[in-house]
Every structure is written in C-alpha cells, then in structure tokens.
Design a protein around this ligand. Structure first.
Ligand SMILES: Cc1cc2nc3c(=O)[nH]c(=O)nc-3n(C[C@H](O)[C@H](O)[C@H](O)COP(=O)(O)OP(=O)(O)OC[C@H]3O[C@@H](n4cnc5c(N)ncnc54)[C@H](O)[C@@H]3O)c2cc1C
Length: 291
C-alpha cells in the first residue's frame, strides 16, 4: 500500500547556509533534490516518512567547472546537464556516456549526481566513472568541510561515511589525459529506462597500442561499486591483443561478488561482467587501431 505524503512538510530554504541550519536542528529532515529516488522510497515505505528540505532550487550547487586539471560538479547538477556539458564531454567523456543512460529524459532532467551518490545503489550509473576518475566528495556542515575519496565513502551496502547535518556539495574528478581513452558500459534488461544488471567504466592510458595504465570499475556486482585491480594488473605494460584482453576480462571475476536478485542471477552477472569488459576493451582496441 502506498504511504500517503499529504502531511509531509516541505521546507524551501533560500541558500545553503539555511539548509545547513535546518539540517543541524535535529528534526530528522531529509534532503529532497530531484526526488526520483526519495519520493519513490517514501511512497513505498522503504524509507520512513519525514519532513523534507527541498534543495532542488539552489543554483549555487548546480555547475560544471574546470580548474587545475580537475572538473568540479555541483551536487545538484542534473544528468541532462552533465550529458550536455562540453567540459564533461571533453575531459570526462565516460561520465557523459553514463549520464545519457540514466533512466529516461524525464529522469535525466530531474535526477542529480548528488542524489545518485547519496542514494548509494551499487547499480548507480554515475559511480563506476567516478571510481575510475578518482572522484573526491565535498561534504559540508555547520562544523566545516570534509573531503573524502569516493571509495572511502562507501563502507558496505548503502553504508555511507556521511555525518548527521552534512550535505554533499560537490564532486571533483580528475580530467582524462591526452593518452587516455575510455568507455562506460551498461547492461540492462531493456534498451531504455533500465536499471543496470551490470555496469562499468574503463580507462586505458595508452602509448600506441601498449597499456601504460588501466583503471576499471564495475557496479551491481558487489555491495558497493568495486575497482578491479587484478584485471588492471593484467593489462598494465602489455599490448592490447586479444589474449591479453581476454585474460584481463576473466580476471575481473576475482574482484566481484554478485548476488541473485530480480534483475539477474549471480552466475549471469559474472558472465556479463566478463563479456562486457571484453567487449569494451575490444571496442577501445579497435578505436585506437590496436586490432
Ligand atoms: C524510472 C526511474 C529510472 C531510473 N533509472 C536510473 C538509471 O538508469 N540509473 C541510475 O543510476 N539511477 C536511476 N534511477 C534512480 C535515480 O533517478 C538516480 O539515482 C538519481 O540520480 C537520484 O537523484 P535525485 O536528485 O532524484 O535524488 P533524490 O531522490 O532527491 O535523493 C536521493 C537521496 O539522496 C539524498 N540527497 C540528495 N541530494 C543530496 C545532497 N546534495 N546531499 C546529501 N544528500 C542528498 C536524499 O536525501 C535521498 O536520500 C531511476 C529512477 C527512476 C524513478
């Protein structure tokens, strides 16, 4: 049965300082950004009902900027804005690719990167790109600012290193370098508006067809998004040849621990992880003329 929400108070603060004051008032408010996760969860009863602070209108948290080799994205930036950003397309194209797959146009127009990060689904599509781009999260409260690496932020399934009174203000990524190529991949049960059964992001730093460095992250195959150090190690220092790409793809199995759920079995997810990594490596190898 749907939970009625007519008695929920929705406060609309004028700036971030007012948000932080309200959050510290200990009235158990929840932050409402695009509402594409939260409203569904409140209605279904998955999340206990509480009054809301609507932050969706705070333009000061909605931007994409570039400085000193980094890209800074305000937490309220929507996936449509990320997909269309010239800065993201040029310096973090794998994040633009991921943004384009988030739900439908309606979800992309409302859903924010901050909401995707804090909702903490292991299948969240922005997360594999953020893992391989060494994202740092800026958390602010009346007590000050904390910066945290994305992999330190997730401690387990939906377990986050966020403190009461904190707001996620910004995500900072490294810009991809001149020798780096990469892709995001996503396997859903249909073409559009699908939650990932397996997703991932790959960056290769290449010297011709030789891999100087590799960064690989997968989602929906463990309680949190994971990096795949064994697969990365197979690739490092090697030429992008079919046998190397296959060995690296098989090595991803050492980093993942999928479960059975409504979208697929653990065995299916293992197989898809290997296949999608292989297809992505092959696609990159083809694009750079290595195969
Ligand atoms: C039909 C449908 C399709 C979808 N498809 C996809 C998909 O393909 N891929 C995918 O990854 N997701 C998908 N989603 C999930 C959702 O759209 C995304 O996770 C989205 O990014 C959530 O952002 P939001 O702004 O709507 O967050 P909200 O729902 O407003 O908030 C989510 C959570 O984050 C908290 N929060 C929000 N902003 C902040 C902040 N700045 N600081 C601290 N806490 C904050 C909220 O309190 C809440 O707990 C889909 C959802 C729907 C309904």
């Amino acid at each position: 049965m749907e939970v009625p929400l007519h008695d929920v108070d929705v406060l609309v603060p004028k700036d971030v300082t007012e948000v932080l004051r309200l959050l510290s008032s200990r009235r158990g408010f929840k932050l409402l950004a695009g509402g594409t996760d939260l409203l569904v969860q409140l209605r279904s009863g998955a999340v206990p009902k509480s009054d809301l602070i609507d932050i969706s209108g705070l333009r000061e948290l909605r931007y994409v900027k570039r400085s000193n080799g980094h890209i800074a994205i305000g937490a309220l930036t929507t996936f449509s804005e990320i997909a269309e950003s010239e800065i993201v397309k040029r310096y973090a194209p794998i994040l633009a690719e991921a943004a384009e797959t988030i739900g439908s146009v309606q979800i992309m127009n409302k859903g924010t990167i901050g909401g995707n990060i804090i909702n903490a689904s292991p299948a969240a599509d922005s997360l594999p790109p953020l893992y391989v781009l060494d994202a740092e999260l800026k958390l602010i409260s009346l007590n000050g600012t904390r910066i945290m690496g994305i992999s330190d932020f997730y401690k387990g399934y939906k377990m986050l290193e966020i403190r009461p009174g904190e707001l996620l203000a910004e995500v900072k990524l490294r810009a991809m370098g001149a020798g780096e190529v990469g892709h995001f991949f996503k396997h859903g049960l249909r073409q559009g508006d699908a939650i990932s059964v397996v997703n991932g992001a790959v960056i290769l730093d290449l010297d011709g067809d030789k891999v100087r460095n590799a960064a690989i992250a997968l989602g929906a195959v463990a309680p949190t998004v994971v990096r795949a150090p064994e697969a990365e190690k197979v690739l490092k220092g090697k030429k992008l040849r079919e046998d190397v790409m296959w060995e690296a793809s098989r090595a991803v199995l050492k980093s993942i621990s999928p479960i059975d759920d409504v979208r697929g079995s653990a065995a299916y997810r293992r197989e898809m992880s290997v296949n999608y990594l292989y297809m992505t490596l092959w696609r990159l190898a083809k694009e750079v003329g290595a195969v």
